[in-house]
Each structure stands twice: as C-alpha cells, then as structure tokens.
Write a new protein. Structure first.
Length: 199
C-alpha cells in the first residue's frame, strides 16, 4: 500500500510533491511510498501565458512551466510517477483508499485530490457526497469543488488547488498544495509541527 497518492498534474499537485520531496531526508519520511498520477489533460495552465506569477519571468508559457516543474519534481527521485490516466473511482478500503483508473487500481493510506474544478469531476465515482458548486468562479461558469475543512475532506483524504474551492490563480493553487504537504509532514511527524527549509 502506498503511504500517499497525489492525484493531478497541475500547480497544486506538483507543489505538494515538491515540498514533500524537499523533506525526503527527514527521519519520518524514510520508507514513505509516495506516488502521483500526473494526468495531463484538462490542465488549466497548459493554455496560460504567465505575467503575474511570483518568481516566474513574464511571458512564460504555462505548459513549459509545468514541464520544467515536473522535471524538477522527478529529479528529487522521491515521488513515483504512475501512468497518466484519469481516475474513475475512489472508495475506502483497508483503512485507506482504493483509487481506480480504467487500467489500474491503487491502494493508498492517504490521498490528495488536486484534480481541478471542471464539471468532469462530477463523473468520478465516490466523490458525489462531497461535490459542491465552486464559489470562486466567474459568473456563469459551471465549476465544482469538494467540500473540505482546511483542505481535508475527511481523515486521510485531502484536496488542493481549484478542487479545494480556492481562487483560480496559479500562486494560490500551488500554495494550497504546499499547505497539504506541510499538514502531511506534521502528521507523519507524530503531530509535532514541521516544515522544510533549505539554507
Ligand atoms: C486560459 C487560462 C489562463 C490563465 N492564466 C493565468 C494567469 O495568467 N495567472 C495565474 O496565476 N493563473 C492563471 N490561470 C489559472 C491557473 O491556470 C489555475 O488557477 C491553476 O492552474 C490551478 O491549478 P490546479 O492544480 O488547482 O488545477 P489544474 O491546473 O487545472 O490541474 C488539475 C489537474 O488534475 C488533472 N485531472 C483532472 N481530472 C482528473 C482525473 N479524473 N484523474 C486524474 N487527474 C485529473 C488534470 O489533468 C490536471 O493535471 C489561467 C487559467 C486559464 C484556463
């Protein structure tokens, strides 16, 4: 069973993976099995040109930024990249969660859902109970989020980025991914707060 499955391939999911990866030498991170399904369809940033993202030069293409951030994530060699297929179902099993794509089934103790706010997330089985209209979308847009309390749907099940009902700015989406990473690190550190800074 995986310790953590991060689902999504946008700023929220990648940022969560980056913060966890940067902390991989910590004692409580040893032997943690973390994987990601970086499905790459319907990713908002793929069509964006960025002129307002902190730390990112103007006129950066969102698609190029995602590619280089995924490369950076993979260079840590901590988060295993799983086949990039959309998830179709999530349910509770063996004290964790079972996640199904058309081709594979994964078991994970904890799951981060960073799957955007498209109406397509309505079709994922097992999420209906948590589905709620996105409250920070432009008028007339039909978008969805998943009900959560401080980025947790329930014990072990987290949301990040647009799925959490955050505002659609890349800095905000990636920030929520980082928050979830710190929440997980603190949990794995037996509840004592922890984060990771390099000097
Ligand atoms: C045209 C456009 C221009 C924009 N311009 C800017 C800008 O200038 N500045 C700015 O800050 N923000 C901009 N944004 C907003 C920014 O792109 C989003 O706020 C940000 O990408 C949200 O990140 P996210 O990770 O929450 O979601 P997303 O980037 O949408 O990522 C969601 C991920 O989940 C995956 N996914 C979806 N369904 C499934 C499934 N069933 N199973 C597995 N994975 C799934 C998708 O493939 C994707 O990888 C723009 C957005 C658009 C659409």
């Amino acid at each position: 069973m995986l310790d953590l499955l991060i689902i999504g391939g946008g700023p929220a999911a990648i940022s969560c993976g980056l913060v966890l990866s940067s902390a991989k030498e910590k004692e409580y991170m040893q032997h943690k099995k973390v994987a990601m399904i970086a499905y790459n369809k319907a990713r908002d940033l793929d069509v964006a040109v960025l002129n307002n993202l902190f730390g990112v030069p103007s006129n950066t293409k969102g698609k190029e930024l995602i590619a280089s951030e995924l490369e950076r994530l993979n260079s840590f060699n901590f988060v295993e990249q799983l086949p990039q297929n959309p998830i179709e179902e999530i349910s509770e099993k063996d004290g964790g969660f079972e996640v199904k794509t058309a081709e594979n089934t994964y078991l994970a103790k904890e799951v981060v859902l960073a799957i955007g706010h498209s109406p397509k997330i309505e079709k994922i089985k097992g999420l209906n109970t948590y589905l709620t209209p996105h409250t920070k979308s432009l008028e007339g847009q039909k978008k969805f989020a998943l009900t959560n309390n401080n980025l947790q749907i329930k014990e072990g099940l987290y949301v990040a980025g647009l799925t959490s009902d955050c505002e659609s700015q890349a800095a905000i989406a990636s920030g929520t991914g980082a928050v979830v990473a710190v929440q997980l690190m603190t949990k794995w550190n037996n509840g004592t707060f922890d984060h990771h800074h390099d000097k």
